[in-house]
Ligand binder design. Sequence first.
Ligand SMILES: [Mn+2]
Length: 344
Amino acid sequence: MPLTFRVAVGQFKELIPDDLAFCSQLGVSGITVNRPDFSTPSWRNFLGKHYPYGPADFTKSSKWDFMDLVNLRRRVEDFGLRLESIENVPYHFYDKVLTGAPGRDEQIDNYCETLLNLGRAGIRILGYHFAPNLVWRTSTARPARGRAGVTAFDMDEAHLAPNTHGRVFEEAEMWENYEYFITRVLPAAQEAGVSLALHPDDPPVSALGGVARIMNSLDGFRKALRIGSSPNHGLTFCVGTWGQMGGSVVYDALEEFVGQDRVKYLHVRNIKGSVPSFAECFVDEGDIDIVRILKILQRNSFGGFVIDDHVPQMTHDTPWGHRGRAFSTGYLRGLCRALDSHET
Ligand SMILES: [Mn+2]
């Protein structure tokens, strides 16, 4: 059965040409970039100046500029790679949207403009999440196989955290904030020909720091896709986070959403344990059967791509994790080659 999907590599927060060369060397289809703030010196250095078309003042960015997006895509393509997606706008582009704070309407207008610019620039997927206080871990360098450093989470400790946003945000209020946002941006996504891809709340517990986590279950995702009903809305299916929910939900959810053509792409990593306590690990160990995951994709003729996700910090590795990511990506490429050559 020929392989229907691609292996990419991801999550660059900044880029240098050497990293694009490294990705080409891995033999992947393309890359993803995470929450780029094109106003930073590092991104300006990578993208260069494109006056007089760009904004005169890069320091006050609140949306993405068309020329920056075109230049980013072309630079990636110059290395024989696709810019498969961009994952998340910078947090300050939509922090008020997440909590329903004053000023959210302006941020939503800017978000719509960003979507239109993505479409004009030929970038077809924007990943997003709806967790105001982001990813939580209670250990950031737990020794794992061969003393590689991994992150871990324990709700027994996390539940003691103070409120992160000044007060408690209940589930109903978070759903209201979500509906307000998604129903206003999806028409722009449709007009732009861009798909929004929702990542689950990591960790998928009911609340952290006083803020309810609503994208933490199969029912939560069904509701999100019902509220945000559009062919331009789907999932960044994070195998690790779905695995952290425990049981067989990772396989059930993938079957359901891939079957409905709602999965735009996948993050592939493995974990040991599940909520309320889990640790990350290498992709070739842990509780999730990655072969089963890839077979679900193959059986459903999934036409998108998979990328690695967080990887263990290996000896002499870089902050981005060149060694860890090369291992994960090579492992995924190998499994895909095996799926490609044999009856499954
Ligand atoms: Mn993820």
